[in-house]
Design a protein around this ligand. Structure first.
Ligand SMILES: [Zn+2]
Ligand SMILES: [Zn+2]
Length: 363
């Protein structure tokens, strides 16, 4: 038995429980979770905005040490340090073969079915969330969810690459493929937005304009490489972006909130030939309306970006490598290190905009 934070119902605090794991199938791995970031998508599930079923154990930004492997597992062995990927890519489906493993069929099967009851509490099955379930001292994942990383990387920082860092940095590097000198705006400077900013900085973007409503987040944005900041409470963000870019607008505007108003603002702030990159996930059923004529007449586009359009097996170890060379910021993302039983308070802090990331540390 070990401790985990169980979600029994939407809009209720998570409950710390003693649970067990089923024995690993031949393609599964038991991981001792060392650290887990708390991501906004976990909160979206609690609020019922993402269609994931309770009872479940949330957390999808985890890192840990492999403890036990099924008979057929070949890519990791006990003792390996791993970051957990929430897309356990199969390597064989249409999308994996097309070089888009982050869109692997398996992700969508998991989202549709969502019924992988790998945890047990008094005989009741508790579902694995998003192929990971890292709000738990131990978890059981598919072999393909385990991305082996170098042993000397600190796991409390490495875990962040499993979602927020990969999602943000990858949106700039892989989805937009920002080129040196191009201009960028980022709407929303939370955990993921800060990583879009540092991704754009890694691409040598010429101007990186951070937009948020919270001054503290704009201060963080500067530390992550923003060249200019705009508080949307004080000024019209679209006007401000235009005046910072000689009236042109930016090459890429990233929306990292997931709401219609900032999506429209992002679209309105790109130049002719530019693209708005949608990273934030709006609630299911939400629609947006945009001035359609501008799409052909000004050759503007909308790009969706999931998981930083990553090749996880390539990109996660690469980002860890950049961190070890001090070229990627991870330490600065962590506002608070907490214990598992402080998880509900951490969600409140996230909602108030007090933290970039809280990280749960397991003993
Ligand atoms: Zn996430
Ligand atoms: Zn696949």
């Amino acid at each position: 038995m070990f401790k985990a934070a169980v979600m029994y119902n939407y809009n209720e605090p998570l409950k710390i429980e003693s649970v067990d794991l089923k024995p690993p199938r031949e393609d599964e791995v038991v991981v001792k979770v060392v650290a887990s970031g708390i991501c906004h998508s976990d909160l979206s599930v609690i609020k019922g905005n993402l269609p994931m079923l309770p009872p479940t154990i949330l957390g999808h930004e985890g890192a840990g040490i492999v403890e036990e492997v099924g008979k057929a597992v070949t890519n990791v062995t006990p003792g390996d340090h791993v970051v957990l990927s929430w897309v356990p890519d199969c390597g064989r489906c249409h999308f994996c073969v097309a070089g888009k493993p982050h869109l692997c069929e398996r992700l969508y099967l998991v989202m549709m079915e969502g019924r992988e009851g790998v945890f047990l509490k008094d005989g009741m099955e508790i579902l694995r969330f998003n192929s990971v379930s890292s709000f738990s001292e131990r978890t059981l994942v598919r072999e393909d969810a385990c991305i082996k990383i170098q042993d000397d990387a600190p796991l409390d920082r490495a875990c962040l690459v499993g979602c927020g860092v990969m999602t943000g940095v990858g949106a700039a590097i892989n989805t937009a493929k920002v080129r040196p000198g191009q201009t960028v705006a980022v709407f929303g400077c939370g955990g993921v937005g800060l990583n879009v900013i540092q991704g754009a900085a890694l691409c040598a973007a010429g101007k990186i304009i951070a937009v948020d409503l919270v001054d503290q987040k704009l201060q963080w944005a500067k530390e992550f490489g923003a060249t200019d900041v705009v508080n949307g409470k004080d000024v019209d963000a679209v006007d401000a972006i235009r005046s910072l870019t000689n009236g042109l607008g930016v090459d890429y505007a990233f929306e990292v909130i997931g709401a219609p108003a900032p999506i429209t603002q992002a679209f309105m702030s790109i130049k002719r030939g530019g693209a708005a990159v949608l990273v934030g996930v709006p609630p299911f059923g939400q629609e947006i309306s945009l001035p359609a004529a501008m799409i052909p007449l000004e050759e503007k586009s909308l790009l969706g970006s999931l998981y930083g359009s990553a090749n996880m097996r390539r990109d996660i170890p690469n980002l860890i490598g950049l961190y070890m060379q001090k070229r990627l910021k991870l330490d600065e993302l962590i506002s608070r290190r907490i214990k598992l039983d402080e998880v509900n308070a951490a969600f409140e802090a996230m909602e108030k905009g007090e933290v970039a990331r809280s990280v749960i540390m397991f003993d």
